[in-house]
Design a protein around this ligand. Structure first.
Ligand code: CTP
Length: 219
């Protein structure tokens, strides 16, 4: 039996992992995201009996059972899938590390290493969360802010700019302490000015706290 009564069951869309932006058929640009945080949130939401969709960039993680899984590669792929899946969602939690830029045009053939340098022109990817924020409706929108400095100030800026309900501020001090299966230290800020500093804990524990907060929002 599920933990959540049918009337309290929500449709939760979670994104996770990095995106890959192709340079040519064998190379891509990406980032250090492992997907652990997003997968932990999706698993916890499923455990509580909610209807969960996980849109994920490439990761080495096992797909959580009982969750609708949508595999994507690039930021543009993720954008398309998220916009489609978000139509039916009560809550969207964007834990994915979407690449901010992509090569203007992926080369059709492998770029040969003949020349001493290669110029890559990068163009901005769409901000998926900001797009969701423009037509938010009753959806609860949760974003992440990974910052190296001015954590709270920068996180609040994102909350406002992207019209979010909640932003999870995550301080990046040492690369190894944030990416992967390491304890996270976060602060949860909401659109009403509430600020909760969460003591360091596993990402599974953080996932519980984030879901408690998101589901307490008016949905
Ligand atoms: N995000 C998104 N689409 C993008 C980039 C980010 O939806 N193209 C989402 C992430 O999933 C995350 C939040 O926005 O929830 C984080 O934004 P971030 O990339 O940290 O901030 P930026 O707005 O890109 O600002 P900056 O690079 O200045 O930190």
């Amino acid at each position: 039996m599920s933990l959540t009564a049918k009337r309290d069951r929500k449709r939760i869309l979670v994104t996770a992992g990095p995106t890959r932006e192709n340079i040519d058929p064998v190379r891509f640009m990406s980032n250090h995201s492992t997907g652990v945080f997003g997968y932990a949130i999706a698993s916890e939401a499923k455990k509580r009996g909610h209807v969960v969709t996980l849109v994920s960039g490439p990761t080495a993680l096992e797909r959580p059972k009982g969750v609708k899984f949508v595999a994507v590669e690039s930021a543009l792929d993720m954008m398309r899938s998220v916009m489609r899946e978000a139509k039916n969602a009560d809550c969207v939690i964007m834990a994915a590390a979407v690449a901010d830029w992509r090569p203007r045009k992926a080369a059709k053939n492998k770029i040969k290493k003949g020349s001493a340098s290669v110029k890559l022109e990068l163009v901005k990817n769409p901000d998926i969360l900001a797009e969701l924020g423009k037509k938010k409706g009753n959806k609860v929108l949760v974003g992440f802010a990974l910052e190296t400095e001015d954590l709270i100030k920068n996180a609040l800026k994102k909350l406002k700019a992207k019209n979010l309900d909640i932003v999870i501020a995550n301080k990046l001090s040492k690369k190894s302490a944030v990416f992967g299966n390491n304890p996270a230290k976060i602060a949860i800020l909401d659109r009403f000015g509430a600020k909760e500093e969460v003591r360091a804990g596993s990402k599974a524990r953080m996932a519980q706290i984030i879901l408690d907060k998101a589901l307490a929002f008016n949905i």
